[in-house]
Design a binder for this molecule. Structure first.
Ligand code: SF4
Ligand code: SF4
Length: 210
């Protein structure tokens, strides 16, 4: 008799998932670069005044039983423009000086990138969170993003998307917003393609890639 096996959400085993997505973005410590431009003296993506971490409920549960690093977001009201997908929660950590790398959330690990999905629903590679263009050092230094980091990012999101259609849909929507915004300001959209190359995509078309 054949035993059927059913896929299990990678979010149900975060220790394993995090271990697959644990590399720094670059051999250069980008936090040491960007914090020099932050009046608060910490990397922008670890500064609650600029970036509010969003986590999946499975991550919140995992943190609760494994670390004191995270707590519910205590800050001011969430700005309207931060329209969070239903399956994410805002949280707050103890701050950069007390970070525990093994308990960084997926959002920490992927910043400043998001999985870029084309208008015909292909997960093509890594887009950049455009709101941080004038703050995040990586934007001007994407050539220094390590191939191994890119590989881990793509592997992990391939795995997540295979199980979670709703997360894929969220990023398809996020990518559509990115196309609209870039088209509106007349800028090309920077993509770190899964083929290992970087592209500046013209917005306003279907973004068919080589
Ligand atoms: S990802 Fe960007 S914002 Fe975060 S530490 Fe690196 S340069 Fe700074
Ligand atoms: S957990 Fe670490 S990487 Fe994530 S926001 Fe906090 S200090 Fe930054």
């Amino acid at each position: 008799m054949v035993k059927l096996s059913f896929p299990v959400s990678p979010l149900s085993d975060l220790k394993t998932l995090y271990a697959k997505f644990n590399l720094p973005i670059s051999s250069v410590d980008c936090g040491e670069k960007c914090r020099l431009n932050n009046p608060n003296g910490v990397p922008f993506c670890c500064d609650i005044h600029y970036a509010i971490p969003a986590v999946y409920p499975q991550e919140k549960a995992y943190f609760k039983t494994n670390t004191e690093l995270w707590f519910d977001y205590q800050g001011a009201a969430i700005p309207d423009e931060l329209d969070l997908p239903e399956n994410l929660l805002f949280m707050q950590c103890l701050g950069a000086s007390r970070c525990q790398r093994e308990f960084r959330s997926l959002s920490c690990r992927q910043f400043p990138f998001y999985p870029y999905v084309t208008s015909d629903y292909r997960f093509l590679g890594l887009g950049l969170e455009w709101e941080f263009k004038d703050k995040c050092w990586i934007f001007e230094n994407v050539r220094l993003v390590s191939p191994d980091y890119r590989y881990q990012f793509i592997q992990v999101y391939d795995e997540i998307f295979a199980f979670h259609q709703e997360i894929f849909d969220n990023y398809a929507e996020h990518s559509a917003i990115a196309r609209k915004i870039h088209a509106g300001i007349g800028e090309n959209l920077l993509l770190l393609h899964r083929n290992g190359r970087n592209y500046r995509l013209k917005t306003g078309n279907n973004l068919r890639m080589p």
